[in-house]
Design a protein around this ligand. Structure first.
Ligand code: 2AM
Length: 174
């Protein structure tokens, strides 16, 4: 059997928003410490599978390719910090379309017999890791984009943190 792959499913911000998101992360580093996530690695996780046998990839891809969802708009405008040092950008308000997509993805994984982290879905886009101070109330942000696809991503640990590689993209159907 080959080495397992560390996998997760994520929505990416469009490339035109990445410079501004990255500037926000670098600016927040001044206030909160820690390490900004690189622009190309910015994402919002729908489900985390963790170590998955490479042999399961065809079943995983088939299950995700069969999933139908319509494009939807996402508004991120809430900055917060968790005790684990993650500073993140969250939803301006609940997004039923995002919650439905995350639920559909999780149901598809379950039906395909694939393991995943069953912690409650908390939509967040990580901006900083290992921060040590709270986000000042004076820092605000607002980002909006249309989600048209999601990605199956492989996480590879490295000395400078994990790097991510897209294995597949799954497009909205309308
Ligand atoms: P985080 O940004 O809050 O660390 C790859 O690790 C992605 O999967 C990250 O977005 C990470 O969230 C998320 N994730 C969710 N559950 C995870 C888990 N149990 N272990 C590692 N990453 C997890």
């Amino acid at each position: 059997m080959s080495e397992p792959l560390r996998l997760f499913l994520a929505v990416y911000p469009p490339s035109e928003l990445k410079p501004a998101l990255s500037r926000l992360a670098v600016g927040l580093q001044q206030d909160c410490g820690g390490r900004p996530v690189a622009p190309e690695a910015l994402h919002l996780t729908l489900a985390f599978l963790g170590d998955t046998a490479a042999e399961r990839l065809p079943a995983l891809q088939a299950a995700l390719a069969a999933l139908k969802f319509a494009p939807f708009t996402l508004c991120l405008a809430r900055l917060a910090r968790w005790d684990n040092g993650v500073v993140w950008l969250g939803l301006a308000q609940d997004s039923p379309a995002l919650a439905e997509l995350a639920q559909a993805v999780r149901t598809a994984l379950e039906q395909a017999g694939l393991g995943f982290d069953r912690k409650r879905f908390t939509p967040h886009l990580t901006l900083l890791r290992r921060s040590v101070r709270a986000v000042p109330a004076t820092v605000t942000a607002a980002f909006e984009w249309t989600v048209r696809d999601f990605a199956l991503v492989q996480s590879q640990p490295g000395q400078a943190g994990s790097s991510y590689r897209d294995l597949a993209r799954f497009a909205a159907s309308a």
